[in-house]
Design a protein around this ligand. Structure first.
Ligand SMILES: Nc1nc2c(ncn2[C@@H]2O[C@H](COP(=O)(O)OP(=O)(O)OP(=O)(O)O)[C@@H](O)[C@H]2O)c(=O)[nH]1
Ligand SMILES: [Mg+2]
Length: 329
């Protein structure tokens, strides 16, 4: 079996390059964010490092062998946890290929190996705050919990001793301004609503020496409406400098829809994903499948309607706690 380790700036281009170099029968085992290029530490850029292997003919003949009972049980458990079919097939065939028949008789072994594969699949995102104030915008479909997450993020920065301001760009939804103002009022966080790029620029300039963190709430957009998505990009363009864009998706959305949503919002070149409403799921396989299949990383998980708690920087092991039957053994 041939193993490889390859790196590149863009995940999709990297995978395409690996396919061209090693053929179609590649299996990704792990991927992680790394800093690439530059001279003497300058000009380095964030990219991906991917390790995997190429299946050989022995390997392929093994694939047609009967599936051991433990792997059938695993398949059913992954289905119950809402993993996508392609994700399940990849995990099962990876386990089959990398394990001795004897080992696969132990359920503990199967669970441990699967946990490792899933953990390796969850890429986590570490934000970089190059400018002060840093600007983070929460974008996403309607009703997923963007405004709630904006308030949670603001509260957590405030708790960490930062000066925080919230800018809402939602002039459309009735009650949107009142909602975010009410959420932030208990914490004494200033909230301003802007309706166009010029208004945004003015507000950023006004807060340039008054805030350390600016969190921007955006209008909920139908991912199928690319014009509406572009308008979100336009108003954020008014910031006049780098904006960290985090896509909020709900853990209660099925994998195939998450996949579509992430794909459509890609037009806005977002940095990472926030998964909201984690408290409403027992089976987060949909989220893990969609992230893995789109090569996106996870920035935060959010749970509950309370503003002063329920937001955590993403950790792969923690996400596993939102699965049934995958407790550490
Ligand atoms: N259970 C639960 N409910 C949540 C969570 N986040 C938000 N909600 C609820 O979901 C509903 C929608 O939340 P919002 O924050 O208004 O969602 P939004 O994405 O800003 O919605 P639009 O601005 O209309 O697009 C509200 O009733 C929230 O209280 C969460 O993590 N868990
Ligand atoms: Mg909102």
């Amino acid at each position: 079996m041939e193993y490889f380790e390859e790196s590149g700036l863009d995940y999709d281009t990297l995978i395409e390059g690996i396919r061209q170099k090693y053929g179609q029968h590649i299996h990704i085992m792990n991927r992680k964010k790394v800093m690439l290029g530059g001279i003497l530490g300058f000009g380095r850029r964030e990219g991906w490092c991917v390790t995997g292997y190429v299946s050989d003919s022995v390997f392929q003949s093994k694939v047609s062998e009967p599936v051991p009972e433990s792997l059938k049980k695993l398949q059913a458990l992954l289905e119950k946890n809402d993993f996508s079919q392609s994700y399940i097939q990849r995990v099962v065939s990876e386990l089959k290929k990398s394990s001795h028949e004897e080992s696969l008789k132990s359920w503990g072994y199967v669970i441990k190996q699967t946990r490792d594969i899933i953990c390796g699949d969850i890429a986590t995102y570490q934000g970089r705050n190059i400018f002060i104030p840093s600007i983070t915008a929460v974008i996403g479909p309607s009703g997923v919990g963007k405004t709630t997450v904006v308030a949670k993020l603001a509260a957590s920065h405030l708790k960490a001793g930062k000066r925080v301001g919230i800018i809402s760009t939602d002039k459309y939804k009735i009650g949107a301004e009142a909602q975010i103002t009410a959420l932030a009022s208990g914490m004494n966080i200033p909230v301003v609503t802007v309706g166009n790029p010029a208004g945004m620029r003015q507000q950023i300039e006004l807060w340039s020496s008054k805030a350390d963190r600016i969190i921007v709430d955006t209008v909920g957009r139908n991912p199928k409406d690319s014009k509406a998505l572009i308008s979100v990009g336009e108003i954020l363009g008014g910031c006049g400098r780098e904006v960290e864009k985090l896509l909020a998706v709900s853990a209660t959305t099925k994998a195939s829809d998450l996949f579509e949503i992430i794909g459509q919002f890609n037009i806005l070149n977002f940095n990472a994903v926030i998964c909201t409403k984690m408290d409403e799921t027992y089976h987060a396989g949909n989220v893990i499948s969609a992230l893995q299949q789109t090569g996106k990383s996870l920035a935060y998980i959010a749970m509950g309607q309370k503003i002063t708690s329920g937001i955590e920087g993403a950790r792969s092991e923690r996400v596993l706690e939102f699965l049934e039957g995958f407790d550490a053994v």
